[in-house]
Design a protein around this ligand. Structure first.
Ligand code: G6P
Ligand code: MN
Length: 448
């Protein structure tokens, strides 16, 4: 089986390759093609992967290329993990928003809209190309904002594109562990959009165990989300929100903490990765240890400002070990390739799952996966407070998709102005001005 990774010079590629190396089963991936626009990054990653493969018999062969068509042809699976504008672009997304006093973050609020506006046109081009050159390939989208980008690609690839995120899995695992149940045996009732979902139940042998957690402040306060949101708020919601909802429920505090931070997350990662890729230019530098150390530092500082706002200490040991993205991707690929039916929380088209959204809206819900792809299972309706956020954010995503297709500035203004975390149309206008000034990739927003 051939796997192609778009954004193959990206920092997280060794996580995927590590998961592939551990897979000894029949029908596993035997060839990996890394595609990237940046040849130096490809060379760096190829070195790390070669280190990883050392001593592993039948390690998947790795080919690196800057030729897109060559990478796509013959692919059975395509992982799309690109970062349009690089981490410098991410830092600019954050900076411009924070300068206007609104949230500057990779996927949520103004920063996420800017990133979406930059990424959608590129993702659509890739989807078109895939539809032509690899029409039978399954596309797994890792690119953030993952729900929006998956929806953009689904307009060209239908249900052949499936979006993934590790945050619902991580959340489900933490809740299960806190309750002392085996995560593998738990069925998690989770629904929403990517980075905007809630766990409403955790069922083991037909019994919902979540009420037991919500009723016990000691247990509830003992894990990441309990500390982040506070036990009172979780009890009052009657659900456990995805960690990204911290940006909504504690918006002022998060914005202030981000403004006060020495560096934004994007700027930190930009500097960190510049250092790593520079080190990889020295042929004597040990590749895998350098990568792993950089990864560990990245994991340890994830959402550190939010945790500071909430007075949460260091991250839990168990949350630092990876096992997120790559495990979801591998499980998904296995289920499809071997027709091994499994259940995973994924980003797919709604069909009739959430009645407040139309059939083509990409949502994040538990899905049944097999050789026919992923189908959402039926879930309970969202409560009104969640309906409010989910429909508002979906309206924003639709405005982003429309603006990306038409180049209309007014529609881009609408995308920002309709977001619940942007509190003024004037701010939205200034954000469009600010972003188009700093991002060459937004020059297409040149129609009124
Ligand atoms: C979580 C999110 C991802 C995000 C990742 C890394 O896993 O679900 O969407 O890419 O964190 O965040 P970072 O701030 O380290 O880039
Ligand atoms: Mn994610």
């Amino acid at each position: 089986m051939k796997l192609t990774i778009l954004g193959g010079g990206g920092f997280r590629v060794p996580l995927v390759y590590g998961a592939l190396l551990a897979d000894r089963a029949e029908g596993r991936v035997t060839a990996v093609t890394l595609y990237d626009t940046d040849a130096d990054r490809l060379t760096a990653m190829a070195r790390v992967l070669a280190d990883q493969a050392e001593g592993v018999p039948d390690a998947p062969a790795v080919l690196a290329t800057t030729e897109l068509d060559e990478a796509l042809r013959g692919a059975d699976f395509i992982f799309s993990a690109i970062r349009v504008g690089g981490l410098e672009g991410r830092a600019a997304d954050e900076r411009v928003a924070l300068g206007e006093g609104v949230l500057g973050q990779e996927t949520v609020g103004a920063g996420g809209i800017a990133y979406g506006l930059r990424t959608v046109p590129v993702a659509v081009e890739l989807a078109r190309r895939i539809a032509r050159l690899a029409p039978h390939a399954w596309v797994i989208n890792f690119t953030n904002p993952a729900g929006l980008v998956t929806e953009a690609m689904s307009r060209h690839l239908g249900d052949r594109v499936i979006g993934i995120c590790d945050s619902p899995v991580g959340l489900g695992r933490r809740i299960a562990r806190t309750l002392g149940v085996d995560p593998e045996r738990a069925r998690i009732d989770y629904a929403g959009l990517n980075h905007l979902g809630w766990v409403r139940g955790l069922h083991v042998d037909g019994r919902d165990e979540l009420p037991r957690l919500l009723a016990d402040p000691r247990l509830l306060g003992s894990f990441e989300e309990g500390k982040l949101f506070g036990t009172d708020w979780l009890q009052s919601l009657g659900a456990i929100p995805n960690e990204y909802l911290h940006y909504y429920y504690f918006n002022r505090e998060a914005v202030r903490a981000y403004q006060d931070a020495e560096q934004t997350r994007g700027a930190f990662l930009r500097d960190q990765q510049e250092g790593f890729y520079a080190r990889m230019k020295d042929p004597a530098a040990p590749a895998f240890p350098a990568w792993d150390q950089t990864r560990a530092e990245r994991e340890a500082t994830y959402m550190s400002e939010n945790r500071e706002v909430a007075g949460v200490g260091e991250r839990d040991e168990s949350d630092l070990e990876s096992g997120g993205y790559e495990q979801v991707a591998l499980a998904l690929m296995r289920a499809v390739a071997r027709d091994e039916r499994t259940s995973l929380i994924l980003n797919v088209r709604n069909r009739s799952t959430l009645s407040v959204l139309d059939a083509d809206a990409v949502i994040e819900v538990p899905c049944l996966v097999d050789a026919n792809g992923a189908r959402p299972v039926s879930v309970d309706p969202l409560p009104y407070h969640a309906v409010g956020l989910v429909t508002a954010v979906k309206a924003v995503e639709r405005a982003v998709l429309d603006a990306a297709a038409s180049g209309s500035r007014a529609t881009a203004v609408q995308a920002f102005a309709l977001h619940p975390l942007v509190d003024s149309v004037s701010v939205a206008r200034r954000l469009v001005d600010g972003y188009t000034k700093v991002h060459p990739g937004l020059a297409y927003l040149n129609r009124p």
